[in-house]
Design a protein around this ligand. Structure first.
Ligand code: 6PG
Length: 237
């Protein structure tokens, strides 16, 4: 398999195309299993998709929404990924509280990561010794080719058994909680929305460069990920 790349004219079109695909996959999952377990990322590009999702008339019945990663700040903090998700999407939908699963960014990072991993296992109910399987994981990509909160050189990029962990991001001087590679790879479907001229070089490295997931974490599962990109991000492809 090779990466499926959808090239759209601009970030809004890419966000809409990614959102349409997310809807279709949610409908398939709910038809097959009665529920849909999705995990979504933070950041400015993902926000475009959430705002598009919020404008659509879609039946969210049976959908459980999780975070791919979180900045370890309180949920009302301006850097909080959950605050962004709540403002851009959840508040608009009156999403049932029991179907929203956030990282406790206000808690001590390791404690928050352990509690989050336990909640994921409790809700997704993986088999004994198996990883929880999300129906859809939506990821972003940073200009340094990070994805989730797995940044270049992060030792946990080699982890294939854990569910979630706390990481220290030196360049941002920030604690994060992130899903780990095994869970990202185990998802039934993986979508990545990457837009903007600041992502041009990273997207070329991830899709066309040498395979090195430590240097380019967004290469995790690259060949089975569906990419939604705009012309600026795709300028070198
Ligand atoms: C975060 C996420 C990061 C994000 C991408 C895309 O910023 O919290 O860890 O992976 O999803 O960087 O976001 P931007 O479009 O803001 O770069």
């Amino acid at each position: 398999m090779s990466p499926k790349v959808s090239l759209l004219e601009n970030p809004s079109a890419a966000a809409a195309a990614c959102g349409e695909r997310l809807f279709a996959l949610v409908v398939d999952a709910r038809r097959a299993r009665g529920t849909a377990f999705i995990a979504v990322s933070g950041g400015s590009t993902p926000r475009l998709m959430f705002e598009w999702l919020a404008r659509q008339s879609f039946d969210w019945k049976g959908v459980h929404i999780f975070q791919v990663d979180a900045r370890c700040v309180p949920p009302g903090h301006e850097r909080s990924n959950f605050r962004m998700l709540r403002e851009a999407l959840l508040d608009t939908l009156q999403f049932p509280a029991e179907q929203i699963h956030r990282v406790e960014g206000e808690a001590e990072p390791v404690l928050a990561a352990n509690r989050y991993a336990a909640e994921i296992r409790q809700v997704l109910e993986p088999g004994l010794g198996e990883l929880p399987i999300f129906d859809v994981i939506h990821r972003g990509m940073g200009s340094d080719a990070h994805t989730a909160s797995l940044f270049p050189g992060e030792p946990l990029l080699a982890d294939r058994t854990g569910v979630a962990a706390a990481v220290w991001v030196e360049k941002l001087r920030e604690h994060r909680v992130t899903l780990l590679p095994g869970v990202l790879l185990a998802a039934r479907h993986s979508l990545c929305l990457a837009c903007g001229a600041d992502k041009t070089d990273a997207l070329w490295e991830v899709l066309r460069g040498e395979r090195d997931e430590i240097r380019f974490p967004a290469q995790l599962g690259v060949d089975r990920t569906e990419w939604f990109v705009d012309r600026d991000a795709a300028a070198r492809l």
